[in-house]
Design a protein around this ligand. Structure first.
Ligand code: DX5
Ligand code: ZN
Length: 225
């Protein structure tokens, strides 16, 4: 009973008008709102952290803040993000502070859940789905986020190598959320959903595409429903 979710990435929103842009996509039917938290070390780009999440949660409490941590030490932020009102805490299996270790990852996911968030594990395009199978089959995570671009920037081209990874996770019996993140457009959304993903992140397509967010969000939702 997974349902289809579109999570617009505010990486492509107007950072001086974040409240307005979050309201716009929530009103357009976005069930989640994707917040990319970059530390300038795990990825060569820097964004925002717990204080901005806190302000957004205060301004738009109905928004489900789907936080994607592209940082080297995600455990440093778990308490602050929970207190800020993050709804989902997704961190990378490749992060040096996690180091491909499923025990470390499971412990952090458990902490995120104890603090009231959903727990997600993310994989870069180079990492095989096998790296997170132990987390998936033991129910340690609610969500797996599969990047379909190199992490760090919006507006890159979708890498179709993500599709067999989605299928492999479903074939292994994972029944949680699978989010595909990066390069999602109206032209590839259906193929991603058909491979088994139930959630799509879209930054450029929603905030900087040919249609305004008011049209782009419902068209993506309808495409994967
Ligand atoms: C990439 C980020 C994505 C990014 C996607 O590092 O994790 O969430 O915002 O942007 P688009 O949809 O433009 O590829
Ligand atoms: Zn992301």
């Amino acid at each position: 009973n997974l349902h289809s979710i579109v999570s617009p990435s505010i990486l492509s929103a107007d950072f001086s008008n974040l409240e307005r842009d979050v309201r716009r996509v929530v009103a357009a039917g976005a069930e989640w709102v994707h917040v990319d938290i970059f530390d300038g070390v795990f990825v060569p780009n820097l964004t925002i952290g717990p204080p901005v999440v806190k302000s957004l949660h205060k301004s738009v409490p109905e928004a489900f803040l789907d936080c994607h941590l592209c940082v080297v030490h995600p455990s440093n932020y778990v308490e602050d993000l929970a207190a800020a009102g993050a709804a989902q805490f997704t961190f990378h299996i490749e992060a040096p502070g996690v180091d491909f270790c499923c025990n470390t990852a499971a412990a952090l996911a458990t902490r995120a859940r104890q603090l009231g968030m959903l727990a997600g594990i993310a994989l870069t395009p180079e990492t095989s789905a096998d790296a997170v199978l132990p987390l998936c089959t033991t129910g340690a995570v609610d969500t797996v986020l599969l990047l379909s671009v190199r992490p760090g920037f919006g507006g890159q081209k979708f890498q179709p190598g993500v599709l067999p990874k989605v299928a492999a996770l479903r074939a292994a019996g994972f029944s949680g959320n699978i989010i595909v993140d990066g390069g999602i457009t109206q032209d590839n959304a259906l193929s991603v959903a058909q491979a088994g993903a139930n959630a799509l992140v879209a930054g450029t397509t929603v905030f900087a595409g040919k249609e305004p967010p008011e049209a782009a969000v419902p068209s993506l939702v309808e495409m994967i429903a």
